[in-house]
Design a protein around this ligand. Sequence first.
Ligand code: FAD
Length: 289
Amino acid sequence: MKINELLAKKRTLSFEVFPPKRDGAEVEDLLRTIDTLRELSPDFISVTYGAGGTNSGRAAEISGYIKQAGMEPLAHLTGGPSTPAEIDRVARHLRELGVENVLALRGDRPVDFTRPYCEHFAHATDLATYLAPYGFTLGCACYPEGHSESETLYRDLENMKKKEECGATFFITQIFYDNAYYYRLVQEARRIGITSPIIPGIMPLCNPKNIRRIQSMCGSTVPLDFRNMIEVYAENPAIMEEIGISYAVYQIMDLVAKGAPGIHLYTMNQARTAVTICERLSHLFHDFF
Ligand code: FAD
């Protein structure tokens, strides 16, 4: 099922998983996570792709597993580390596995990457254009607080528009903890003529150690109230989990009330948090999705 067609019919619930670095027990754990996520009836599950192009086979196999299990996979693909031949190989493999939807990305150069980066695909737009003959339904990433390399949000929005012109038919946002950034992004995107659905990406923040990582990797602002709670309860994992889940529940209820076209949950391969959120929001997901 094409994700843009799904979005035209209904609000979507989706999850994101990442392929483990090694084969064996970690992959088995992930497959069990995917089996648990299936019980939550997601509209699709996205599978990330290594920024260095590593794990491409494993990522494709996991997308294939999701398809076999009767769900819709969204395979991420990063152009930055890749040659056209590598993209062709992965795209053909995904097609053979029945994958219809791809999130076209650039990726960030890993520190240990020795080959030139972005040699063939400088931006997600180049990858989206290159993938056109494969007939995937394409999505791209977008950034409620602006991408870190963009001087202004408005420059980033112009590039978001280019992504749509190059074939993206939906967007998934970077993590954010202040919904006001999402509403501003949607409003400004519509103002400059971007029409595709913009799905908010939510990551429950249950581990205080992740705050700095999220801020440095994603540039996401953590609001003061939320930070204060985290500082007070940082040493108590059970309370931290309640805070992280409650905050995500609050964000989701507000986003749905204001018309978000779907919710994308960054699960970090942990089904438990996703299950708890879905249980807490069972009426909302039943009535509004
Ligand atoms: P781009 O779209 O190329 O944007 C990068 C910068 O270039 C921005 O400042 C943008 O404004 C600018 N720009 C964009 N297009 C043009 C253009 N045509 N001309 C000039 N400037 C342009 N990383 C991974 O490695 N693997 C993943 O699976 C993965 N999944 C992600 C999923 C989501 C939903 C998000 C939000 C991010 C994901 N990332 C992933 C991280 C992503 O690779 C980084 O955020 C990266 O820095 C930018 O990727 P992009 O596709 O947005 O790049």
